[in-house]
Write a protein that binds this ligand. Structure first.
Ligand code: ATP
Length: 247
């Protein structure tokens, strides 16, 4: 269980906190999608969960203990990919897997082939397109077999077909791994496919709505119930954007 209590984040020189008193919990093996207007604090929340950003207040607990990036196997896919520029894709992936005690060697080729970057393992990040670098970051995070997987817009640089393939693969691997996961996305359809819970973040980084998603893992759900749910989700996102703009 991931338990967030009264979490507050504040950047230096900012007049008010970006996230102010956010509380929620996510069951072990659950996948939460974070949606919300640009600037509402999604990346900030992921960075707090990853331990990259110290909170100004409140707490994050994972499996009953304070979350410690040293002890918890956290797989982070940052928006900027976070690949080490002096290492090849292969070295980037294996370096992180080995840090967590997994060898990763056997799975690396198959995983990268499925992501469509099998021929790029010996390239350095500067020799990759944005979409290729993003898939390398995804492979690196998945190979680590994280217990907590944090993904900040992990498919944003991919074209529609590649994003669809990567999303399905990511979903399968997450489901089989039992990891607890949080994904930031701007695409409601992505949240509807991937997540069991969907949070729309609004004012001061709080959850304006938290919805249970019965269509998780269904690639092409349809029907009036799905349409109504999808419509409600999009409406919540627009409302949150309106509130953010007015604040
Ligand atoms: N290092 C920083 N110093 C000061 N303010 C920051 C810093 N990083 C982010 N912010 C501010 O904090 C707020 C939340 O930023 P954050 O990146 O978490 O938003 P987001 O919801 O992820 O946005 P987007 O959807 O555009 O990626 C924004 O107003 C941003 O300007």
């Amino acid at each position: 269980m991931l338990e967030v209590e009264n979490l507050t984040a504040r950047y230096p020189r900012a007049s008010r906190p970006v996230i102010d008193g956010l509380s929620f919990s996510l069951g072990e093996g659950g996948l939460l999608a974070l949606l919300g207007p640009s600037g509402c604090g999604k990346t900030t929340l992921v960075n707090l969960l990853a331990g990259v950003l110290p909170p100004a207040g409140g707490s994050v607990r994972f499996c009953g203990a304070p979350l410690s990036p040293r002890d918890t196997a956290i797989g982070l896919i940052p928006q900027s990919y976070g690949l080490l520029p002096w290492k090849t894709v292969r070295e980037n992936c294996l370096f992180c897997a080995r840090l967590r005690g997994a060898s990763g060697e056997r799975e690396l080729d198959a995983l990268c082939a499925r992501l469509g970057i099998g021929g790029l393992l010996d390239r350095h990040p500067r020799e990759l397109s944005g979409g290729q670098a993003q898939r390398a970051a995804l492979a690196r995070a998945l190979l680590m077999k994280p217990r907590l997987l944090l993904m900040d817009e992990p498919f944003a640089a991919l074209d529609a077909a590649a994003a669809d393939r990567a999303r399905r693969l990511c979903f399968e691997l997450w489901r089989d791994s039992g990891a607890t996961a949080v994904v930031v996305t701007h695409r409601p359809e992505e949240a509807l496919y991937l997540a069991g819970q969907i949070a729309v973040m609004g004012k001061r980084g709080r959850f304006a709505r938290l919805l249970e998603n019965p269509w998780q893992g269904l690639p092409e759900p349809g029907g009036p119930d799905f349409e109504a749910f999808s419509h409600e989700l999009r409406r919540e996102i627009l409302l949150a954007a309106g509130e953010e703009a007015a604040s």
